[in-house]
Write a protein that binds this ligand. Structure first.
Ligand code: HAM
Length: 426
């Protein structure tokens, strides 16, 4: 036997039984976005490595440890996109989408991070990303949060917690950074290895440590929210006020610093208790400095991304409303042909029918014994079998056999078939 191949670790295949959930979920998300006036953009799944270093930040887990980077045949260093924001901004600046304009955009597709795979954490995963450009006011921060709440509501998901924080401006963060370095330096021997490394390169990431031994020290650390200037504080207050007015609950989480460096002011994460350690289903925030950092005219921006694997798993766990009415199997109507020789005539009838009804019509191509064909009809999930026996074909008729009820089968003229099926809800 020849050698069998395996997929790359942390990269998943999706069977029809899985894509059956994915498609409608993606469609529901896109429908909500369209209702809010967001439009789709697409960009390549690879970029020059430098783009991600510049935007996500040199001293982040993603850039330090998780990027799929390789030289192409010209020796250019390329990276499979670990996220979409950097590419979206690059594309926007390059193509002039952002210049002096308000843009509300979304994208969907695979992202790549060389993380240790576990439930909810993959090396190829899928995001739905949303980015708004050209608006600095808190009203749009609130809108993207309302959008999230609308997604969960339309999908019938429960128990998502909105964690909220403000990281202030770059200047405010720099001032705060010195305060933090001073604080952690005074407790240098209590820092774990990761935190010691980050002390001078990225001290705010220390606050994000998952190490339980670091918790007490982090809890007592000075908080950025206490060091915001009035403009940032007012901006954050307005975001909260708008959420309050909309009845959206949130938890203020001063430790939420995010793993990417481009954020300013509002940052957030929607988390769930139903997914174990990988509990963030959707996260994002404002990034007012990134467009100019990547060579564009200074443009305020805010956005988020949903991890679709996590979202779909959560839907399955909660057996949410969105999954309730999804069709199973492959067919609504299954066509059985009794005599091989009638195949051509029946194919003509079936093609005509497919032009008349929108339900799923599947033909039995394997043929053989009637009982076998009916077994396959049953397995297809179809409501009805259309049986073309010798007599039916000659008389331009068809026998309809209900597969999910004990109702009697009927034989009708082909001309009546579309109406009959419409009456039956197909
Ligand atoms: P992020 O927090 O790195 O942000 O990723 C967003 C979401 O993608 C996470 O909340 C999670 O659901 C999902 N995710 C991340 N890594 C993995 C993984 N290895 N396996 C499965 N799911 C994962 C960003 O990517 C930003 N670009 C979001 C953003 C858009 N901020 C502003 N605009």
């Amino acid at each position: 036997m020849s050698k069998k191949f395996q997929a790359i670790r942390g990269m998943n295949d999706f069977a029809p039984e899985q894509t059956r959930l994915w498609r409608p979920v993606e469609q529901m998300l896109v429908d909500v976005l369209t209702r809010y006036g967001y439009r789709e953009v697409r960009f390549p799944i690879m970029e020059k490595t430098e783009l991600f270093k510049r935007s996500i930040g040199e001293v982040t887990d993603i850039v330090e440890k998780e990027m799929y980077t390789f030289p192409d045949r010209d020796g250019d260093l390329l990276t499979l996109r670990p996220e979409g924001t950097a590419s979206c901004v690059r594309a926007g600046v390059e193509n002039g989408w952002l210049y002096n304009q308000i843009r509300k955009l979304w994208y969907m597709g695979p992202m790549f991070r060389y993380e240790r795979p576990q439930a909810g954490r993959y090396r190829q995963f899928h995001q739905l990303g949303v980015e708004v450009f050209g608006l600095a006011n808190a009203s749009i921060d609130a809108e993207v949060l309302l959008l999230g709440a609308r997604f969960w509501q339309d999908l019938g998901l429960k128990g998502l917690t909105l964690n909220l924080n403000s990281l202030g401006t770059v200047e405010e963060r720099q001032a705060y950074r010195s305060i933090l370095v001073e604080y952690f330096s005074a407790h240098a021997d209590a820092l774990d290895e990761d935190s010691q490394r980050r002390l001078h390169s990225n001290p705010m990431r220390i606050l994000d440590s998952k190490n339980p031994d670091m918790q007490a020290l982090n809890d007592a650390a000075p908080q950025l929210s206490e060091h915001l200037q009035s403009e940032s504080a007012d901006h954050f207050a307005e975001v909260r006020e708008r959420l309050d007015a909309a009845g959206i609950q949130y938890v203020l989480n001063p430790r939420l610093v995010r793993g990417l460096d481009y954020y300013t002011r509002t940052v957030f994460e929607w988390t769930t208790a139903d997914l174990g350690a990988q509990d963030a289903v959707c996260s994002g925030g404002r990034y007012d400095g990134l467009v100019s950092e990547l060579g564009g005219q200074a443009t305020p921006a805010v956005g988020f991304a949903i991890g679709l694997e996590r979202l779909v798993t959560l839907l399955e766990k909660q057996s949410a409303a969105a999954l309730q009415d999804l069709p199973t199997g492959e067919a609504d109507i299954y066509v059985a042909i009794m005599r091989m020789g009638d195949g051509v005539a029946v194919q003509k009838v079936v093609e005509q029918l497919r032009g008349q009804v929108s339900s799923r019509v599947v033909v039995d191509h394997a043929g053989g014994k009637f009982a076998k064909q009916l077994k396959r009809a049953d397995a297809s999930g179809a409501q009805y079998a259309l049986i073309f026996g010798e007599e039916e074909v000659v008389q331009q008729r068809v026998t309809i056999k209900p597969l999910r009820s004990h109702a009697d089968q009927v034989t009708i003229g082909l001309a009546e078939l579309p109406d009959w099926l419409a009456q039956a809800g197909l």
